[in-house]
Design a protein. Structure first.
Length: 261
């Protein structure tokens, strides 16, 4: 049970710890295909939210998983579409855990808790109870649009559509996405600011059709991300977190130190 709880907590913190760095964007050139007005807005949000290739940022925060409360200081490195590296320390500098996530694998190392685990994303679902994958982790961390099918515009165009609720604009999954969801797929929808083309909120439904999480993004007057709040919508896995962004740096290159096992 200790291993299961530690990996759950580690993966929850992985989601929560990196929820920043998104003021550092790489502008993309729009393609030439004919788009509907809805597609154009989805494309505009997509172009605005594509992160830089290499990001490194520092943050502070606190997370709670069931009865466990964990304040932390974090360093996160992202190589877009390739790797997410997280190192979390306590407020007095003791390393809590180190995590390396790739599109096909997750590695969790905690000398403090004597945890040394690796596995694919299906194994992580068995530990956490959620259909997590690299797309969802990276997407939440960078306030970007994503689906279980991918993060390229063609994937988003195929799986998402615009909708309006109570004067708010949302990018939601298409009805057939829910009908065709497999055992290891989740669904996500996004409340957007149509003027700034930014994601303001993300809601995630797990592979069992239950709402799993709500993510709220808070921006500064200069439209830079400053705080993220994550709350569980699943009574069986109570968690919440608040992450404060300290600094973000775009790198020309990125070196990730993690001895795999």
């Amino acid at each position: 049970m200790k291993i299961r709880t530690a990996i759950r907590l580690g993966l929850v913190v992985l989601i929560l710890a990196g929820l920043s760095g998104c003021q550092a964007r790489k502008k993309m050139v729009a393609g030439t295909p004919v788009l509907t007005e809805e597609d154009k807005l989805i494309r505009a949000v997509y172009d605005q939210s594509v992160p830089a290739k290499y990001l490194e940022f520092r943050l502070t925060g606190k997370a709670q998983m069931d009865e466990q409360k964990v304040p932390f200081i974090g360093i996160v490195k992202i190589v877009r579409d390739s790797a997410i590296w997280v190192s979390l320390r306590s407020s007095i500098g003791i390393e809590l855990c180190r995590i390396l996530a790739r599109p096909d694998s997750v590695w969790v190392l905690s000398r403090l808790m004597k945890i040394k685990e690796k596995g694919d994303w299906k194994l992580m679902q068995e530990f956490t109870g959620y259909a997590l994958d690299f797309n969802s982790i990276q997407g939440v961390m960078t306030q970007s649009l994503f689906t279980a099918s991918g993060t390229e515009f063609k994937d988003l165009q195929a799986g998402l559509m615009m909708s309006r609720r109570n004067e708010e604009q949302w990018i939601s999954w298409k009805p057939e996405s829910e009908e065709n969801r497999t055992t290891y797929q989740y669904l996500a929808q996004f409340r957007i600011d149509p003027d700034l083309k930014t994601v303001q909120e993300c809601l995630i439904k797990d592979s069992n059709g239950q709402w799993a999480a709500r993510v709220l993004y808070h921006y500064s007057k200069d439209n830079l991300i400053k705080r993220i709040e994550v709350n569980s919508l699943d009574e069986s896995h109570q968690y919440n977190a608040e992450v404060n962004v300290i600094s973000v740096e775009v790198k020309d290159k990125m070196y990730i130190s993690f001895e795999t096992f």
